[in-house]
Write a protein that binds this ligand. Sequence first.
Ligand SMILES: Cc1cc2nc3c(=O)[nH]c(=O)nc-3n(C[C@H](O)[C@H](O)[C@H](O)COP(=O)(O)OP(=O)(O)OC[C@H]3O[C@@H](n4cnc5c(N)ncnc54)[C@H](O)[C@@H]3O)c2cc1C
Ligand code: SF4
Length: 508
Amino acid sequence: MKNLILLFKDQLSLSLTALKRARPGIDTVLCLESVESAPAHHQKKIAFALACMRHFACTLREEGFNVKELSVTHQRKYPSLLEEIIPLFEEGNYQKIIVTEPSEWKTLEEIKKLQTQIPIELLEDDRFLASKSDFRRWAHNKKQLRMEYFYREMRQRYRILLDDEGKPEGGKWNFDQENRKPPKGQLHFPKRLAHRASPILKEVLALVEHEYSTHFGTLRPFYYALTREEALLELEDFIENILPHFGDYQDAMVAGEPYLYHSLLSSYLNIGLLLPLEVCQRAQDAYYQGKIPLNAAEGFIRQILGWREFIRGIYWLEMPNYGKLNFLKATNKLPSFYWTAETSMFCVHQAVTHTQEHAYSHHIQRLMITGNFALLAALDVREVQEWYLGVYSDAYEWVEMPNTLGMALFGDGGIVASKPYAASGKYIHRMSNYCPHCSYDPNLLLGERACPFNALYWDFMARHASLFEKNQRLNTILATWRKFPKEKKEAIQEQAKIIFSKIKQELL
Ligand SMILES: Cc1cc2nc3c(=O)[nH]c(=O)nc-3n(C[C@H](O)[C@H](O)[C@H](O)COP(=O)(O)OP(=O)(O)OC[C@H]3O[C@@H](n4cnc5c(N)ncnc54)[C@H](O)[C@@H]3O)c2cc1C
Ligand code: SF4
């Protein structure tokens, strides 16, 4: 008897476990289009997901599969996408549903509920390099979970960048110390690929313009890759032309430059057009071919084999409670400049503008600009997470939540990060060329022209001093705060009060 194979929007890989079970000509693959109705969801993010799914449906047909598409434009009679499937399943006279586990906790719960009504076979998602049970085993009995140790095990398991004796190439596991160069001198940023506008894309762009034009961000120009072939071109372009510089300037920020030497591959990895192991192996090959330095290869591979897998592991280990955490009790309203980019803080203006235009900003902008500001200003953790989940084309809860709540906001109290990624304007000044464009001065702590990040930074440390007491990595900072004369402390706290009031009145 025939089966119905379900395909979620981020499962666009021919090697997906559920697709490997599909019998061409017998089973039917049901492509489930979905769009979040919240206006936070970027127009480019919506267009990307829909166009990739529709292209993938064509690929499946070319491979001989029977394909049905549950399009977003179809009238929905049921409150949830999965409930829509029940009548389809019954009408089609299928034996069972086969589905690879979804990437998000809530959808998995829905499937489990549905399993009580119809036969569903749930398969593991083996596109990730550490399964949920691998990660659970690794985490078991550990007092602290640190990415670095997880990453070393992953390097050994997949034999990535190891010498003949199984030792790390170059004698070290991590070359991060070499990857923190500020953007000094004349840097050349290669032009990025732009892909053809297929008839499918044209149709999708028209649909988004018609249905979702009130959503955040700009839709055109649209240049994302939409098929596996195009995503592979992105990978090759990155490896050949950009990766050689990736390591050195990984933490840098440059005015008017949204991409620098970042790969832009997260959207393709997360939607399934590229697979993490093939990307890591391609970077490794480039190193052994002498095309890229070790710090670039290692730094890039660590992001995927280490951070990406670690973040997913934490999500599944800690959900559903993880989503309820708010360790620092941050509840201030998200200022409207997160949507409009209208702020006199040039660094924030840049990060939000890039986000509006590209549904992308690079890691340091996400972490040390919009994330750092949200941390220091105690912005509501749920609102901040909704923002990150909506505005980036690579955002899915499994990866967005631990990055935002854990890494950027320290809202999990240290499960992801060993200390809060809090920084003053001095850090931003050192790692970017933003500050000369700004009406604030990163070297001033007090007064009208003082960079808001400075007083907020010290006020943040003072506010949470008792919570951070036991964190050795914060000892020096807290000791410095304590040594400040009383008048200086009072002046900083007064300055912070003024900034908080300006944030509330939307005057920053
Ligand atoms: C607050 C915040 C929210 C974030 N939300 C997301 C998100 O929703 N989706 C997402 O994919 N990434 C997220 N990240 C991680 C990271 O910022 C993006 O993966 C990266 O900016 C994507 O751009 P890129 O492909 O050019 O990455 P590169 O800098 O070129 O890095 C290479 C690859 O490594 C992986 N990677 C790097 N860092 C991380 C990380 N911390 N977690 C997971 N994967 C990582 C990505 O797959 C990325 O494509 C977030 C980070 C922060 C601080
Ligand atoms: S001075 Fe402060 S607010 Fe302005 S760009 Fe520099 S860090 Fe950002």
